[in-house]
Design a protein around this ligand. Structure first.
Ligand SMILES: *Cc1c(COP(=O)(O)O)cnc(C)c1O
Length: 381
């Protein structure tokens, strides 16, 4: 095992490559994939993803810059988000991006006004809140009418009429994104059927050329080794079967997590093992500042003691480690800085190297310097 300063992220470019091949193999010609940069904007990963021909899905001006720097063609860049600042809209128009995914009528009016001032035409898709339950964690559910995202169905006709009427706007599509870490294909089938209903209720002139179904395909956090590649086959098949596209329409999707989650792990070193009256704590040098998902969403990341595994491989029989239950925690001054509770692991000692699996998505991008901590390192193989 090569020595790395911890905590740090390690990325497996071979697995990323394999994942992208699978996407390429499973999608149809008219199913276009845009990678959601917010899952991981590491430039080396972006380079690989861009070379596989994916477009980019951005949620800020900064991400649009990163996508352009990584070589994504401007017309393959989509810009989503409930709160786009004027400078971000200007930057996107200047770059000539492929589509603004618009989330409200006031936003549509502002984009039109800025485009007019700049002498440009803004391609837009209307993000519709379809009121479909993603059956995922409530903090990553976005497609219910109680969520802040998208345009309410009741206002759809007005929004379409406005998009047609506004001079510096080209109405191109509908956009949907109902949530993240969705593993039941039934949920995507429900979304597809809902989109069909919405489209059927519209006149031919009201129907745009692009149907963007958003992202949200989940990965297997429980068994990352057995299932390193997400179910792209089932995903594209579900839309092929259930989404009705009218003549000339293309389907677009914005996958983030499913592209990068499994190709990254977070390495950390054990600082102390501490016994309290009720529990045993493994205190490691990575904390919620490096990987916030457990603290923020109660998410599970499988943890492996690599030092113990290596001993097993080498076959040092006198080093047998019995199984123990630990709370694996970080060093941050917050009670929520807990990765795992009552987690069974081989006896763990100071200096052991642990690895949190499936940390490639929403890991490094969410890292912070809270507690004046340095950001985690990163290495790509
Ligand atoms: C976050 C996000 C995505 C990507 O979601 P994943 O669950 O990572 O696939 C796609 N589209 C929009 C609009 C998003 O906000």
């Amino acid at each position: 095992m090569k020595e790395h300063a911890t905590p740090c992220y390690l990325y497996d470019s071979e697995l990323l490559d394999r994942t992208l091949w699978e996407i390429g193999k499973r999608r149809d010609e008219n199913q276009y994939v845009h990678y959601a940069l917010k899952a991981n904007n590491n430039p080396q990963l972006l380079d690989v993803i861009q070379k596989h021909g994916l477009g980019a899905d951005c949620v800020s001006g900064g991400e649009i810059r990163q996508a352009l720097d990584a070589g994504f063609a401007p017309e393959r860049i989509f810009f989503a988000g409930v709160g786009k600042a004027d400078w971000e809209i200007e930057l996107a128009l200047e770059a000539g991006i492929g589509c603004f995914n618009v989330e409200s009528i006031p936003e549509l009016e502002v984009i039109a006004a800025i485009a007019k001032r700049m002498g440009k035409t803004a391609p837009v898709a209307l993000r519709i809140n379809p009121d479909v339950d993603a059956h995922t964690h409530h903090k990553i559910t976005t497609g219910l009418s109680a969520n802040k995202f998208g345009i309410d169905l009741a206002m759809l006709h007005d929004a379409i009429a406005l998009a047609h009427r506004l001079e510096n706007v080209e109405f191109k599509g509908f956009h949907f994104h109902i949530g993240s870490q969705i593993t039941e294909m039934q949920v995507f089938a429900n979304l597809a059927r809902r989109i069909n209903e919405i489209q059927a209720s519209l006149s031919e002139e009201e129907r745009p050329s692009m149907i963007d179904v958003g992202g949200g395909l989940g990965v297997d956090y429980e068994n990352p080794e057995e299932n390193p590649v997400a179910d792209f086959k089932g995903y594209f098949q579900t839309f092929r079967e259930h989404l009705h596209l009218y003549e000339g329409q293309t389907m677009h999707c914005e996958l983030g997590r499913s592209v990068v989650a499994q190709c990254g792990v977070l390495l950390t070193k054990v600082l102390f093992v501490k016994q309290s009256s009720q529990k045993q704590f493994v205190i490691c040098d990575a904390g919620m500042t490096d990987l916030v998902r457990p603290a923020m969403y109660g998410s599970y990341h499988k943890c492996k003691n690599l030092t113990a595994e290596q001993e097993r491989v080498i076959g040092t029989t006198n080093m047998h480690r019995s199984l123990h239950r630990y709370d694996v925690v970080g060093p941050i001054c917050e009670s929520s800085d807990v990765f795992l509770t009552d987690y069974e692991m081989p006896e763990t000692r100071r200096g052991d190297i642990l690895c949190f699996c499936s940390a490639g998505a929403y890991g490094e991008t969410m890292a912070s310097e809270y507690n004046s901590r340095p950001l985690p390192g990163r290495h790509i193989y």
